[in-house]
Design a protein around this ligand. Structure first.
Ligand code: PGA
Length: 231
């Protein structure tokens, strides 16, 4: 079971250090835990969590090792910092920053080749679900990913991210089973995971963990979700 906290554009270095100092003293239920702070806070997280089993991952990563790519960060740079992995293809990147299936595939391949652990995100929008296109969208998004020991998929229905709407456990189970029929990888559920719905979602057989956004920003609720996963 893996619980990954995606902090999005929250917590600078000082707040990150404070959060991590607290987190390492909490009971995380024996599950694998990853936190994903903004780039500028990665060093603070790596430093605070160095003597723990809690891993630190970035929220994206470029496909080239270096070059004229203003605003991007490469896998070797993250490795040098002691970062363990990276998210690729979050729907917010697809929606606001022109991320495509092709660039998601390139980012994932480069990160894996550099030795990073990768969480690749897939998920349909509300319109796609309503028009019955969910499986076609997932098939297309998964097609750029190849099974790898260091790769997991996060199924995050776009309509459930930051909206407070959660997929029902059955909806999550069906989507996860479908993704697993395409590629043999662990699949995390993401989208409005909270302490009070985590146990039910994580209890589905095809749900291998969770990606938590909003509820990962508070140490009490993040601890509660980890403990629900560990049960
Ligand atoms: P949320 O975000 O838990 O705030 O819905 C999930 C995510 O974007 O990873």
């Amino acid at each position: 079971m893996l619980i990954a906290g995606n902090w999005k554009m929250y917590k600078g270095p000082a707040e990150t250090a404070e959060f991590c100092r607290e987190l390492k003293h909490r009971d995380l239920g024996g599950v694998d835990v990853v936190v994903c702070p903004p780039y500028v806070s990665l060093a603070a997280a790596v430093q605070q969590l160095a003597d723990t089993e809690i891993a630190v991952a970035a929220q994206s990563v470029h496909w080239e090792a270096e070059g004229a790519f203003t605003g991007e960060v490469s896998a070797p740079m993250l490795k040098e910092l002691g970062v363990y992995g990276a998210i690729v293809g979050h729907s917010e990147r697809r929606q606001h920053f022109g991320e495509t299936d092709e660039t998601v595939g390139m980012r994932a391949r480069a990160a894996l080749a550099a030795g990073l652990f990768v969480i690749a995100c897939v998920g349909e929008t509300e319109a796609e679900r309503e028009s019955g296109a969910t499986e076609d969208v997932l098939r297309r998004q998964v097609s750029v990913l190849e099974a790898d020991d260091n790769l997991v998929i996060a199924y995050e229905p776009v309509w459930a991210i930051g909206t407070g709407k959660t997929a029902t456990p059955d909806m999550a189970q069906d989507a996860h089973a479908f993704v697993k029929s395409l590629v043999d990888l662990p699949v995390l559920y993401g989208g409005a995971v909270k302490p009070d719905n985590a146990a039910e979602l994580l209890g589905q057989p095809a749900v291998d963990g969770a990606r938590v956004g909003g509820a990962s920003l508070d140490v009490d609720s993040f601890e509660a979700i980890c403990r629900a996963a560990g049960r």
